[in-house]
Design a protein around this ligand. Structure first.
Ligand code: 5GP
Length: 113
């Protein structure tokens, strides 16, 4: 498995405010939050970008989405939250370990910038 910043969080080598964990994924608060709720959901399996996911990852990707919704609801934002996946440096991806941003608690523009 390739080591990333996020595998270090999974392995507890770097501290994080973890809000959810199971055998497939981990969720923790973003260190530089862009909204009152800003949580990242990551698979424990290293998939650098969404486009790198394969057919075998289909159930895992679905699991991440279900967990994102559950976390948003648990945080009190079940009716108003946004999920974002940045795929590629050009659109803002800075950590190359797939992650779903879950954001809530403020107004959001549409379309996103
Ligand atoms: P990206 O820009 O790749 O879509 O999102 C990466 C996110 O990871 C950013 O929102 C950034 O603030 C967050 N991040 C980067 N380093 C750390 C860290 O060490 N701990 C936590 N909790 N979040 C981090």
């Amino acid at each position: 498995m390739t080591e990333t910043l996020f595998t270090k969080i999974i392995d507890r080598e770097i501290p994080a405010d973890i809000v959810y964990e199971d055998d497939q994924c981990l969720a923790f608060r973003d260190i530089n939050p862009k909204a009152p709720m800003h949580i990242l959901v990551i698979p424990k399996k290293v998939i650098p970008k969404l486009v790198d996911a394969e057919k075998d990852d289909e159930a895992l990707l679905g699991h991440l989405m279900l967990i994102a919704g559950k976390i948003a609801a648990d945080e009190g934002y079940g009716d108003a939250f946004r999920t974002v996946i940045n795929n590629g440096e050009a659109v803002g991806q800075s950590v190359f370990h797939l992650h779903i941003h879950i954001l809530g608690g403020r107004d959001f523009m549409w379309p996103p910038g």
